[in-house]
Design a protein around this ligand. Structure first.
Ligand code: CMX
Length: 133
């Protein structure tokens, strides 16, 4: 159940195109594709860094959790995602331990990963994503 690596760090942005001017052009980290996650009402761009990635998240609707986050806190780090080998078993174990899960079952995330979120109330204020690839 122990997570293995930081899978990615999610950053909420108003505009992926605008943000890429810094991440791609200034820092030189090449974006490997933009994808819409319709269910989450976000557009995502992944920028790989060896074993981990930066994920830029742009809301596609005012009802998107990312739009609500930006409205409340402004652009910035939105979540941290940790990689696990067996997401279903990890969620069952966390539930057993009384952790507040946003997703009790794995669902599809960007890049073909299976993902689930843990509520910030159970993590000391960080939105934590678990990801199985
Ligand atoms: N990081 C840290 N804290 C957060 C947070 C975030 N990203 N989003 C919300 N919170 C905090 C709020 O500040 C609030 O804290 P207080 O009660 O102390 O004020 C609390 O969590 C509840 O927030 P809320 O605004 O009352 O409720 P929301 O309706 O915004 O729901 C949450 C919050 C986390 C349940 C919701 O945003 C969610 O389900 N997120 C998971 C899904 C998601 O973010 N998807 C987009 C990513 C797409 C992808 O990568 O696939």
């Amino acid at each position: 159940m122990k997570p293995t690596i930081v899978d990615h760090i999610g950053i909420a942005v108003n505009s992926i195109d605008e943000s890429l001017k810094f991440w791609e052009t200034t820092l030189g980290i090449k974006c490997h594709g933009v994808e819409e996650v319709v269910e989450q009402k976000v557009k995502t761009a992944f920028l790989p860094l060896q074993d981990t990635e930066i994920e830029l998240l742009e809301p596609t609707s005012p009802e998107s959790p990312v739009a609500k986050f930006i409205e409340k806190k402004g652009e910035g780090i939105h979540h941290i995602a940790l990689r696990v080998d067996n997401l279903e078993a990890t969620l069952a174990e966390l539930k057993e331990k009384g952790v507040r899960l946003i997703d009790e079952k794995p669902r599809c995330g960007a890049g073909g990963a299976m993902i689930a979120f843990i509520h910030p109330k159970s993590t000391g204020g960080i939105l934590l994503e678990l990801s199985q690839r």
